[in-house]
Design a protein. Structure first.
Length: 465
C-alpha cells in the first residue's frame, strides 16, 4: 500500500500506518520527531530499516520460475532462441555476385561474366526461398507480440493489484490486532486498578480486625464481598489474557497466509523475466540480420537486373544464345527484390517486438519495485504483531483471612459494634459496592425482639413485688 500523502493524525494512532508513512520518504523532520515522541526512537528506527530477508522468495525458487518462463516461451514459439548469422554469409555471396555485374562496363569482363552473374544471382535467390533466413525469428517475434507479451503484462498488472490489495488487508488485520491488544491492556489496567482498591480496603479491614478492634456490621459484610470481587477480577484478567492471545494469534495466522501472495507474485515476476530474457537473447540480433539479408538480396536483385539487361542486349548478336540466361537473371532479380522487401518488413516487425519486449521489461521492473515496497510493509506489519505484548500484572493474588476467627467470631465482634453506616464504601469508579445486608437486618430484628422480652420480664417482676 503506497502512501500518496501523509496523514500525521492517523500515524499517531496507528503504528501500522506510521511505519508505512516513514518509509514513503514524505515525512518532514518535524513529523518524524512527533512519531518518535509517540512510538519511540527504537520503533521508528526499526521501521525505517525493515529486514525483509525472512519473507523473500528463495533464490533457487526464483531462478526455477525464471527458467520456467523461458522454457514456456520456447515451447510456445517453437524457437529455441539461438542466434543466426547466415545472413552475413548470404550477403557476402550476393556482394560477390555484384562484382560479376561489372561485366556491363566496357572492360576486361565480357559476356561470360554476365552469364556467371546471372547464374550466381539465381542461386542466391533460390537459396533464400529454400532456407528462408530469419523466418523462425520473425515467427517467434509475432507470437510474442500477439500472445506472450500481452499475457505477461496482464499478469504483472494483476500481480500489482493483488499485492496492493493484500498489503491493505494485512494493514487492516495488523491494526485490528493492535486495537485488540490495546483494548485488552486497557481493560486489564482497569481491572487491576479496581483490584488494588479492593485489596487496600480488604487489607485495612483485616488489619483492623487483627488489631483487636471490632468490625461494624457493614465492614463485616464488605469484607465478605471483597474477596469474591477480587477473585472475579483475577479471573477476568486471566480470561482477557487468554482470549486476547487467541484472537491476536489468529490474526497473526491470517496475516501469515498472505506470504503465499508475495511468493506467487515473485514467481510471476521471475517467469516474465525469463520470457523477456529469452526474447532479448535473439530479437536485436535477428533484426540486424534481417537488415543485412535485406541489403544482400537488394544487391543481388540489382546485380541480376544489370546482368539480365546486358544479356538481352547481346541476344541478337549471339542469335539468342544468351536469352535463357537473361530470363534466369530477370527471375533472380525479381525474386531477390521481393526477398529484400520481406526482410526489411520483418525488420520493422522485429523493431515493434523489441519495443513491446522493453515495455514488458519496464512493467516487470515496476512490479518488482512494488513487490519490494509491499514486502517491506508486510514484514513491518508482521514485526508489529509479533511485538504486541499483554501487560499482565503479577501481583493479583487474592489475600486470605488468616486471623483464625472465622465468620461467627467476626459476627460477634460486629454485633457488639451497634449500628453502622449503611451506605458502605465506593469503588474507584464512584459507584457503591453492593452489600449483602440480609444478615445485618436479621441480627437487628433479633436484638430488638430480645429487648422487648427483657422489658416485659422487668414489668412482670415489678407486678409480683
Amino acid at each position: 500500500m503506497s502512501i500518496e500523502s501523509v496523514d500525521l493524525e492517523r500515524a499517531l494512532e496507528s503504528a501500522t500506518y506510521a511505519q508505512q508513512m516513514l518509509r514513503s520518504g514524505k515525512v518532514s523532520t518535524e513529523q518524524k520527531g512527533q512519531l518518535v515522541a509517540k512510538w519511540g526512537a527504537e520503533n521508528v528506527n526499526k521501521w525505517l530499516s525493515v529486514d525483509t530477508t525472512e519473507y523473500q522468495i528463495d533464490d533457487s525458487d526464483y531462478n526455477t520460475s525464471k527458467e520456467a518462463g523461458k522454457e514456456t516461451a520456447i515451447a510456445s514459439t517453437g524457437y529455441d532462441g539461438h542466434k543466426s548469422y547466415g545472413s552475413v554469409v548470404n550477403t557476402a555471396i550476393s556482394t560477390g555476385g555484384a562484382v560479376a555485374a561489372r561485366a556491363i562496363a566496357p572492360s576486361a569482363f565480357g559476356q561470360l561474366s554476365a552469364i556467371a552473374c546471372a547464374i550466381i544471382s539465381s542461386v542466391i535467390a533460390a537459396k533464400y526461398y529454400i532456407e528462408k533466413p530469419n523466418k523462425e525469428q520473425h515467427s517467434a517475434a509475432e507470437h510474442l507480440m500477439e500472445q506472450e507479451f500481452p499475457e505477461a503484462q496482464g499478469s504483472l498488472s494483476e500481480t500489482q493489484g493483488l499485492m496492493e490489495d493484500s498489503s491493505e488487508q494485512v494493514a487492516e488485520l495488523t491494526e485490528e490486532a493492535e486495537d485488540t491488544n490495546e483494548e485488552a491492556n486497557d481493560k486489564i489496567e482497569e481491572d487491576k486498578t479496581l483490584f488494588d482498591f479492593y485489596r487496600q480496603q480488604y487489607e485495612a479491614l483485616k488489619a483492623k480486625k487483627e488489631s483487636g478492634e471490632s468490625l461494624t456490621l457493614d465492614e463485616q459484610a464488605l469484607m465478605k464481598q471483597l474477596a469474591p470481587l477480587m477473585e472475579d477480577l483475577n479471573e477476568d484478567i486471566t480470561t482477557i489474557s487468554e482470549d486476547t492471545s487467541d484472537d491476536v494469534n489468529e490474526l497473526n495466522d491470517n496475516i501469515a497466509e498472505y506470504q503465499d501472495t508475495f511468493d506467487e507474485s515473485a514467481e510471476t515476476i521471475a517467469e516474465v523475466e525469463g520470457l523477456t530474457d529469452y526474447a532479448e537473447g535473439f530479437d536485436e540480433n535477428a533484426r540486424t540480420m534481417m537488415y543485412v539479408e535485406g541489403a544482400g538480396q537488394c544487391i543481388n536483385s540489382v546485380s541480376a537486373g544489370i546482368a539480365a539487361a546486358r544479356l538481352y542486349a547481346e541476344a541478337s548478336a549471339t542469335f539468342g544464345a544468351t536469352t535463357a540466361f537473361a530470363v534466369l537473371a530477370t527471375a533472380a532479380s525479381v525474386a531477390s527484390g521481393i526477398a529484400s522487401g520481406q526482410q526489411f518488413s520483418w525488420a520493422s516487425d522485429m523493431s515493434k517486438e523489441i519495443d513491446m519486449r522493453r515495455e514488458t521489461q519496464d512493467k516487470g521492473t515496476q512490479t518488482s519495485d512494488i513487490y519490494d515496497e509491499e514486502l517491506e510493509n508486510y514484514a513491518a506489519n508482521m514485526e508489529i504483531v509479533d511485538d504486541l505484548e499483554l501487560e499482565i500484572p503479577e501481583d493479583i493474588e487474592v489475600p486470605s483471612d488468616d486471623a483464625g476467627e472465622g465468620e461467627a467470631s467476626m459476627m460477634s465482634i460486629a454485633a457488639d459494634a451497634g449500628e453502622t453506616d449503611e451506605q458502605g464504601l465506593l469503588n474507584p469508579m464512584g459507584t457503591p459496592i453492593e452489600e449483602d445486608k440480609s444478615q445485618s437486618t436479621t441480627d437487628k430484628n433479633h436484638n430488638s425482639k430480645n429487648a422487648d422480652e427483657d422489658d416485659k420480664n422487668d414489668n412482670d417482676k415489678k407486678k409480683v413485688k
